[in-house]
Design a protein around this ligand. Sequence first.
Ligand SMILES: [Zn+2]
Ligand SMILES: [Zn+2]
Length: 188
Amino acid sequence: MIKIDYKFYCINCGKEIERNINFPFCIECQPYSQESTFRKIKGTHCHYCNKTSDYIDIILPFCKECRLFDENESSNNIYYIQTLKLYKGMEENERKKLKPIWTDYQNATKIIELLELVKAKKLKIKDVFDNEPCHNKRTLNILKGWGKGIAFNPPIISHNKSLGIIDGRHRILAAYFLGVDSIPIILK
Ligand SMILES: [Zn+2]
Ligand SMILES: [Zn+2]
């Protein structure tokens, strides 16, 4: 079951705060954090899910489950394998609960039918995660981000004779996976 939760938490006390990856503290905990400017500030609560964990600090304010995947890391990582299995097994109704979130939506040149982009490849939903782990990880990170209410830039598409993806292949895959019909794009 994918958790959709747009809240963020102080890594010291667990209070709900705005998202701030660089300084994930509430106002009350800020003096505490300033005292320890010169060392790696430890936290106890995950900035994303509020779960307590030994691994949290100001550099990586997430528990192991919430950390984004590093595409260069070994793919034997149990959290990657579990997350991949979780998304691969998602039914259509579950996928549709998650929605893509885009930045700069107004400045996007146009909204494009997503199928126009994927039909050339005859892509099926089951193929979305049949890629190299480094690509799967990037697509999973986007889906995890959307589950937390984080916006991504619309993909950049070239429009010469045919449509070509300049930037945003994984965002397109992630949006397609969620079953949306169209996405904003920036035409170059
Ligand atoms: Zn706090
Ligand atoms: Zn967490």
